[in-house]
Design a protein around this ligand. Structure first.
Ligand SMILES: NC(=O)c1ccc[n+]([C@@H]2O[C@H](COP(=O)([O-])OP(=O)(O)OC[C@H]3O[C@@H](n4cnc5c(N)ncnc54)[C@H](OP(=O)(O)O)[C@@H]3O)[C@@H](O)[C@H]2O)c1
Length: 345
């Protein structure tokens, strides 16, 4: 298996990346150094991980010792959750660039498409425009999004096509539909939570396959993602021996039979994305329909489908009778009317 993939703009990206969520301080620096020494070339961070300065130290330590050159590394970072639009996104990007001590970022992603806001589409568009500008200015080599399940929407707004959609993906949450959708628009999916944060290790299916190849469960899960999941996977560990173990996945191949077995795990266990969004009933392979999504769907229209829609969110009339001294009756009428108009973008 090739260790790199070529993105839709010709940029070469490593298939296996080192994740740094939850890693901070000296522990983060040492883990990133171990990762680079082991052979990882993709390092994934984010503004909100608050560890870009440690990654800066680790990266420059490795460069100064001649282990890698800047151009060998592929550094990914992401916008902040709550910052959007021209001014805030620019500021956030410049801060990340400064924290990382770099003059360009290899991949810059919108961390999530502001789905906690009613006007998430406007925030996504204005932020994505900044990513496009940064790309045109040569400050980032590739752009994209994370956790973005409306790829058709993304495709409809993009003036410069995104290269990556980073989503949760592992044997227990395979999100095949989202991977297919991304590929349909020539966007490369990238997996986070490759080990489902350690939860996969309870599975007998993974354990048996691992035994068969004399590999560990983690190696099977990573290999599954590279062969049958997203094709690019991120994995995190703070332990040197696990960092090395997780990178040792190039010398075996999972069969179609193994794939079928692992397919049986899809939908077992809960994904972190669902936990964080309060979704407990996400049907696999379909558009998300958990509690969180139902709420979102009531506000969301996919522009590909609707040109102009008017939505009446609520008209709540009620009567109230008030008797004063048993003689006067007053009637009040209250109403709330919310009208939302969506236009095709
Ligand atoms: N875009 C997004 O919204 C988003 C969201 C989440 C994550 N991410 C990115 O994706 C990366 C990976 O995802 P993740 O950090 O959520 O989780 P993950 O890589 O699925 O799992 C990490 C957990 O697995 C354990 N582990 C690692 N290797 C192991 C091994 N060989 N055997 C047993 N346990 C092992 C680690 O513990 P030890 O450290 O103790 O080894 C850690 O607790 C993140 O670090 C981040 O960069 C992106």
């Amino acid at each position: 298996m090739e260790k790199y993939i070529i993105l839709n703009n010709g940029v070469k990206i490593p298939r296996l990346g080192f994740g740094t969520d939850y890693l901070t301080g000296e522990e983060c620096k040492q883990s990133v150094i171990s990762a680079i020494e082991t052979g990882y070339r993709l390092i994934d961070t984010a503004y909100v991980y608050k560890n870009e300065k440690e990654i800066n130290k680790a990266v420059h330590d490795c460069i100064s010792r001649g282990i890698v050159k800047r151009e060998d590394l592929f550094i990914t970072t992401k916008t902040s959750f709550h910052l959007s639009g021209e001014k805030e996104t620019r500021r956030c990007f410049e801060e990340s660039l400064n924290n990382l001590g770099l003059d360009y970022i290899d991949l810059y992603l919108i961390h999530q498409p502001y789905w906690d806001r009613l006007d998430w589409r406007e925030h996504t568009i204005s932020t994505y425009r900044v990513l496009e500008d940064l790309y045109s200015e040569g400050k980032v080599k590739a752009i994209g999004v994370c956790n973005f399940y409306y790829v058709a929407f993304l495709n409809s707004i993009a003036r410069i096509a995104p290269q990556i959609n980073q989503i949760e993906c592992h044997p227990q949450r395979q999100y095949k539909k989202f991977i297919e959708d991304a590929k349909k628009y020539n966007i490369q999916p990238m997996a986070w939570g490759t080990l489902n944060q350690g939860c996969l290790f309870e599975s007998d299916i993974i354990k048996n396959i691992a035994k068969k190849y004399d590999k560990t469960e983690a190696q099977v899960a990573i290999r599954w993602n590279l062969q049958y999941g997203c094709g690019i996977a991120l994995v995190r560990s703070e332990k040197k021996e696990r960092i090395e173990e997780n990178f040792n996945v190039w010398d075996f191949e999972l069969s179609q039979g193994d794939k079928k077995e692992i397919d049986r795990l899809d939908g077992t266990g809960r994904g972190r994305w669902e936990d964080e969004c309060g979704m407990s009933t996400l049907p696999i392979g379909n558009a998300p329909q958990g509690k969180f999504w139902k709420k979102m769907h009531s506000f969301v229209t996919v522009p590909e489908v609707k040109v102009l829609t008017c939505k009446l969110f609520g008209f709540v009339p009620f009567l109230k009778k008030v008797r004063i001294n048993n003689r006067i009756t007053k009637i009040y009428l209250f109403g709330i009317l919310v009208l939302k108009i969506d236009k095709k973008l």
